[in-house]
Design a protein around this ligand. Structure first.
Ligand SMILES: [Zn+2]
Length: 498
């Protein structure tokens, strides 16, 4: 009997040792590369942050604010024309070399023709417009939001992160390359959309132009990520390159009931049933996905830089998967990286306090992960609310029907490898990871003209400064200006010299 017990314990210990061995083996063989790219970066002209800061500041002072689709309204186009004029005056040599055209009235397209027309061009993008500053918050800024003032090491203003510094430093790079005698082999296109923050009609018109000309792009580069310091999972500086962006759909949930006087309410009025539906949707989130790109690629690229325990957990998701999922789900930003998010935003019921509603309606905004679709979101909602009487769900048409998540761009393309090398250099030899962009960019219109669509700017940004994005105290460290112009020049040179 005792012998059997000992045999049982030995077997347990044996199995435990095998388990530990498997966990450790998987941990040490996990990822293995920090993804530093093999691309050698070209030498490019030298840039001066001080000189560039004057041009960024001038662009910040031009109030190209968009509020609703269709902006700028007739008679309000002055700032866009002023910005176009600023570019023409500030970058005369590039304007003398490239062909400029306009689509959708104010979106600027530049074509710097390459010497070999058989090669697909590259497209660099930024947008001219900015979001407004909330009325009454101007005084909370350390410098007025449309002053373009430098305070300490930072240049302040609406558009410094999103997205005028990219716009200006792309032009700085192009002008300096023209002056240096650089001649692209592959054509370089530059597109500055005029209404990214409201509808993106300008970028869409640009893409339609490319499609009408049969032009496919070897690479599309737009805003999205930068080098972030520190990156939450590792606590170190990491370059992030967006290889996909989430989609967008709003589901309208309608709850119908008899209505009537509030002095004799039934137990399951329209509002109560609607509330049940919203609680059910909150409690049944859409499934997470850590096993497909971009998430799986991001985790593999980070492996070498993770603390041991974190690495062990990620390497053994068969064992620690639910723990990892729980940690990601606990924080709004990381939760948004791993699943389609559920956000009830608008609710309406009765129009009077003593009247029961016959229809109660909620709008629930979903940001679609690349592993889901608008259809799968709707199916999920209908499934979750199926047991609740009188409640139906449909895709809302109020702001258009939304859009699917983008395709996921590859990380073994020359374009990605080049961007990874630029990002690594911009951060000072840092690891670079592919990532999912949570908001929408103009890049989403371009996935029909290129397989290699990336979202990245060669700047280093402190995590704390991300709050300025569409918020108060939007600012960029002045030393980023040289870094960004250098990075864009490296990208143009490396991608367009073949
Ligand atoms: Zn933007």
């Amino acid at each position: 009997m005792l012998k059997r017990v000992f045999q049982g314990i030995s077997l347990l210990i044996f199995l435990l040792i095998i388990l530990i061995a498997v966990v450790l083996f998987r941990t040490f063989s996990f990822g293995g590369s920090n993804n530093t790219a093999p691309v050698a970066l070209p030498t490019v002209p030298a840039f001066s942050s001080v000189a560039i800061s004057e041009n960024v500041s001038a662009a910040i002072q031009i109030r190209t604010i968009t509020l609703t689709a269709g902006d700028p309204r007739p008679g309000r186009e002055g700032p866009w024309l002023e910005l176009e004029d600023l570019l023409e005056r500030t970058y005369p040599d590039f304007h003398a070399t490239a062909e400029k055209m306009k689509v959708a009235d104010y979106t600027l397209l530049y074509h710097w023709e390459g010497s070999d027309p058989s090669l697909d061009p590259i497209l660099l993008m930024a947008h001219q417009d900015v979001v407004p500053v909330n009325i009454g918050t101007e005084g909370d800024w350390d410098a007025p939001p449309f002053s373009g003032e430098i305070v300490g090491d930072y240049l302040y203003g609406r558009g410094t992160i999103d997205d005028k510094t990219s716009l200006i430093t792309i032009m700085e790079a192009a002008e300096a390359l023209v002056d240096s005698g650089f001649q692209p082999t592959r054509s370089i296109w530059i597109m500055f959309g005029h209404d990214e923050e409201v509808s993106g009609s300008g970028a869409r018109a640009g893409v339609e132009y490319f499609e009408s000309q049969g032009i496919e792009m070897e690479m599309v580069l737009d805003e999205g990520f930068m080098v972030v310091d520190p990156f939450p999972i590792t606590g170190t500086t990491v370059g992030m390159i967006g290889i996909a962006e989430k989609g967008y759909v709003t589901i309208e949930i309608t709850s119908r009931a008899a209505g009537g006087h509030s002095s004799t309410p039934p137990r399951n009025s329209a509002n109560i049933q609607l509330a049940r539906a919203l609680v059910a949707l909150d409690e049944t989130q859409m499934p997470s996905n850590l096993s497909e790109p971009p998430m799986s690629d991001m985790i593999a690229a980070l492996a070498a830089d993770m603390p041991f325990m974190t690495r062990m957990a990620f390497a053994n998701q068969w064992l620690f998967g639910s723990m990892i999922e729980g940690q990601f789900s606990a924080d709004g930003a990381s939760n948004a990286m791993i699943r389609t998010t559920t956000a009830p935003t608008m609710i309406s019921g009765s129009i009077k306090e003593n009247v029961l509603p016959q229809n109660a309606v909620a709008l629930v905004n979903f940001r679609i992960h690349p592993s889901d679709t608008m259809e799968s979101v709707l199916a999920h909602v209908r499934e979750v609310i199926s047991g609740i009487d009188g409640v139906t769900a449909d895709i809302s048409q109020r702001e258009g029907i939304g859009n699917e998540a983008s395709p996921v761009s590859p990380i073994d393309s020359r374009a990605y490898q080049t961007l990874a090398a630029v990002a690594a250099a911009a951060g000072g030899d840092v690891p670079v990871v592919p990532a999912l962009v949570l908001g929408a960019t103009d890049a989403r219109w371009t996935t029909g003209i290129s397989e290699n669509v990336y979202r990245f700017a060669p700047a280093v940004i402190a995590i704390g400064d991300l709050s300025g994005f569409h918020g108060t105290n939007e600012r960029i460290a002045v030393d980023n200006l040289e870094r960004m112009a250098t990075g864009y020049a490296q990208i143009m040179t490396a991608m367009a010299s073949e």
